[in-house]
Write a protein that binds this ligand. Structure first.
Ligand SMILES: [Zn+2]
Length: 411
């Protein structure tokens, strides 16, 4: 009898924690809402919502406002929102030309952001890890207290083993077999988890949660910089493959005797749509970098025919590959990120005409092509979402830490 009671107690504790998770996840993804909205969204009873929201507010994870609902029938229902800085993700993004860091709180609120440009070709692993750690001190509020941090998320332009954050290869950084998760964890000297993911996989996650793909479950995200990455979401699920290496659509071979690619193969899609290809078409060196790309777009804004033709020709090649991926995956939406979101306003007709020429009518009729809404920061924000996952999955794990943070600050 006694053990049955223990089991029952354990089970109700499991249910309580799952219900807290449902509430926090709803508030995190859909924003502040009334208790009545929470009843409707979670399917929990009114009294359960009252009790659980009470737990979240006394733990400092949520607050309730006295709401005045003018012109709405019934009793006013107070609005519940999460306290952004009660649990914070530290997100890093490693680009070929720059590094960035953000602290992002519950509800996806960006609390602080800092960036630094990096000279081309300086990608020694130790230097990059050191620069990332130093960048934390450049945040407006300084380095966050470890007690407030849930986890660290890192976006990398490379192929990452999701299990342990090993960067198998990042061709445009010149990295092979880099245990980035472990290196960064020891450099930061924090005990929180460090989660490393491919930047485009994180980009599609962020665009799905807060950007151009909200409410759309079949999405191809194509992110262009020097390299070209892809993130796939099918049936609402990210496609990661056996070890996390899937979605490398930039390395889909599209030319039998194409240019050599940084991945070791040749004729990859990246070689005809990446920044190098655009720069070359505009009459610049393939390795003219972010500065060169800015020059091309400045010239395009001024109506320069060579720059406009280079952008359009890149759009044509973008459309060729997209046609193939639309036939293969039947998405509702293609989201163009990074370089391609800048290209889109000038080249949308060229992209669509080319795509139409290289795809089948049935799949094409259902798809839309749109620029990323989160711009170049989509991978950074996706890294934050992944890092916040532990507190979304089990908010009760954070109960008590808020007091500890306050005590620590006043000690
Ligand atoms: Zn390649």
């Amino acid at each position: 009898v006694k053990s049955a009671r223990v089991d029952l107690g354990q089970r109700s504790e499991t249910v309580r924690r799952a219900n807290l998770s449902a509430i926090v996840r709803t508030l995190h993804e859909d924003g502040p809402q009334s208790r009545s909205d929470l009843v409707a969204r979670t399917g929990l009873t009114r009294s359960a919502i009252r009790a659980l929201v009470g737990e979240l507010t006394s733990a400092g994870l949520a607050i309730e406002d006295r709401a005045v609902h003018l012109g709405r029938p019934g009793r006013p229902s107070p609005e519940v929102s999460l306290v952004a800085d009660a649990a914070v993700a530290v997100a890093f993004s490693i680009g070929v030309d720059s590094l960035s860091v953000a602290t992002v709180g519950l509800g996806g609120i960006v609390l602080g952001l800092a960036r630094s440009d990096r000279p081309r070709g300086h990608h020694a692993v130790d230097a990059v890890v050191g620069d990332l750690a130093a960048l934390l001190d450049c945040l407006p509020a300084g380095r966050p207290a470890e007690e407030a941090v849930v986890a660290v998320g890192v976006a990398v332009p490379g192929i990452v083993r999701s299990r342990d954050g090993l960067v198998e290869t990042a061709p445009n950084l010149g990295w092979t077999g880099v245990p980035l998760g472990a290196l960064l964890r020891s450099r930061l000297d924090w005990s929180v988890p460090v989660v490393v993911r491919n930047e485009a996989d994180l980009g599609v996650l962020a665009e799905h949660r807060r950007g151009a793909a909200v409410g759309i479950d079949d999405v191809i995200y194509v992110h262009g910089e020097v390299g070209v990455g892809g993130g796939l979401l099918l049936g609402g699920r990210p496609i990661s493959g056996a070890a996390g290496y899937a979605g490398e659509i930039g390395h889909f071979p599209i030319a039998a005797d194409g240019l050599p690619c940084r991945c070791g193969a040749s004729g990859c899609w990246e070689t005809v749509i990446g920044a190098g290809a655009l720069l070359q078409r505009a009459g610049l060196a393939r390795d003219a970098g972010a500065e060169g790309v800015d020059r091309v777009f400045a010239a395009a804004r001024a109506g320069d025919p060579l720059a406009l033709a280079a952008i359009e020709a890149t759009g044509v090649q973008l459309g060729v590959g997209l046609g193939g991926f639309i036939n293969t995956f039947n998405p509702r939406l293609v989201v163009l990120g990074g370089l391609f979101s800048r290209l889109h306003p000038y080249a949308q007709d060229a992209i669509w005409t080319s795509l139409a020429h290289h795809s089948m009518p049935a799949a094409r009729a259902l798809v839309r092509v749109a620029p990323a809404m989160l711009g170049v920061d989509a991978p950074l924000l996706g890294a934050a979402e992944v890092a916040l996952e532990p507190v979304l999955a089990d908010p009760a794990s954070r109960f008590g830490t808020r007091d500890a943070v306050v005590e620590l600050a006043s000690a």
